[in-house]
Design a protein around this ligand. Structure first.
Ligand code: HSE
Length: 405
């Protein structure tokens, strides 16, 4: 019986560095829980790290990882779909466990990984892929499984939540809040994946699979980001006691697949999700008979993400042949985009001044909101299809439209 458990870390960036540090700093505690010493056998990266204490285990060649019999678990924290997909499949097929923080590859190929892990009798785990350090995948896999999910919704992207918080708290424009997020290192130089909602759509695809047993194609998730949110919208939201949050939502339907979407939503300022500020993330699960639970914490960063990665590693080491069933990762052709026309919500709409008369004709009675230099109102709850046809009839492009959650 081996006294050590060998790991290889793919990607020695912020998260990979965090994992190496945690495993090293908490060596004794981890040994106490798992019964074995975790040995960092290999670290794969394109770069050299001559001054790092891990310099001797750096490799640039993945075959060094695959062929090394000391490697029991591969920690894939490199990001992106390729070569993460190929490396993960090869590791699983070689009988190595894989732990990943990479939401893109989990959302795109989770079904294949779960199947390959089952066939090889090893583990594939991905707690860090959603909500960084927040334990949400494991609760959804195990603790909440006996419930019927009615909705899973969350603030799944810290960068956009930081930007929206700046816009609400300090009155920043989107552009200046984004520049600040970039200066602080939260937003990438190319911030598209965050601000266009793509990152959140990958994460809601993963949560939907766990909650509703189907893994949809991420490109089929209706996705709106926060680039269109203006200072006027922030003021309008505040005037009615609401906040705006970018939410990933998966909502159960009777006898139909769930609605799945990512979009900015108006939430009452005193609701739990509205109170989630800055780079923090939160996931709210509404389920029967449980009721509501909310998971809250740091959605990114070296320490938080490493915590989730190493948390996945512990049962793999502690229990022999640990490969629990991962339900839900069944690829489907169901298109949440096609179903979205039936999704009903009230909306806040801002139009150029002078549109009042036309609005009354097309939308009937609406609730006006005071707005400087434009005409803003709240519609009744109506389907997306209905809303779109009324806007077409109106013949005026809204300056803004944000749904109520
Ligand atoms: N870009 C992501 C965010 C990082 O801002 O939340 C964590 O997935």
């Amino acid at each position: 019986m081996k006294k050590t458990h060998g790991i290889a870390i793919l990607g020695f960036g912020v998260v990979g560095g965090g994992v190496a540090k945690l495993v090293t700093d908490n060596k004794e505690e981890l040994k106490k829980y798992t019964g074995k010493e975790i040995e960092i056998v290999r670290i794969l990266d394109l770069r050299d790290f001559p001054d790092s204490p891990f310099a001797s285990v750096i490799t640039h060649d993945y075959s060094d990882v695959l062929s090394d019999e000391r490697v029991d678990t591969v920690i894939e924290v490199m990001g992106g779909s390729h070569p993460a997909y190929e490396y993960t499949m090869a590791a699983l097929k070689a009988g190595k466990n894989v732990v990943s923080s990479n939401k893109e590859v989990v959302a795109n190929y989770g079904d294949e990984f779960v199947k390959a892990a089952k066939e090889a009798g090893v583990s594939y785990r991905f707690e860090a892929a959603v909500g960084g350090g927040i334990p949400v995948i494991s609760p959804m896999l195990f603790s909440l499984r006996q419930n019927r999910m009615t909705e899973v919704r969350g603030i799944l992207n810290g960068t956009t939540n930081y930007i929206l918080t700046k816009m609400f708290t300090f009155g920043d424009s989107f552009e200046s809040a984004l520049a600040d997020a970039q200066a602080k290192g939260y937003a990438e130089r190319n911030p598209d994946a965050d601000v266009l909602g793509i990152d959140a759509s990958r994460k809601i695809a993963i949560l939907s699979a766990l909650g509703f047993d189907k893994l949809v194609n991420v490109n089929e998730i209706p996705t709106e980001g926060i680039t269109g949110i203006r200072a006027e919208d922030v003021r309008a939201a505040e005037s009615i006691g609401h906040s705006i949050k970018l939410l990933g939502r998966c909502i159960a339907r009777e006898n139909a697949d769930p609605f799945i979407m990512v979009a900015p939503f108006l939430l009452p300022s005193d609701s739990p999700l509205a109170g989630v500020c800055g780079v923090y993330n939160a996931v709210e699960v509404l389920a029967e008979p449980l009721g509501n639970v909310m998971f809250y914490g740091q959605g990114a960063g070296a320490g938080a993400t490493a915590s989730a990665v190493v948390g996945d590693l512990i049962p793999i080491i502690a229990y022999d042949n640990y490969n629990p069933i991962v339900p839900g990762f069944n690829k489907t052709d169901y298109s949440p985009k096609a179903a979205f026309g039936e999704f009903k919500a009230k909306s806040y709409v801002a139009l150029p001044e002078g549109s009042e008369e036309c609005v009354r004709k097309v939308f009937g009675e609406v609730t006006p909101i005071s707005s400087c230099g434009e005409y803003a109102f709240i519609t009744e709850a109506m389907s997306e299809a209905d809303f779109a046809s009324r806007i077409e009839k109106l013949g005026v492009k809204p300056l803004s439209r944000i749904r109520f959650a």
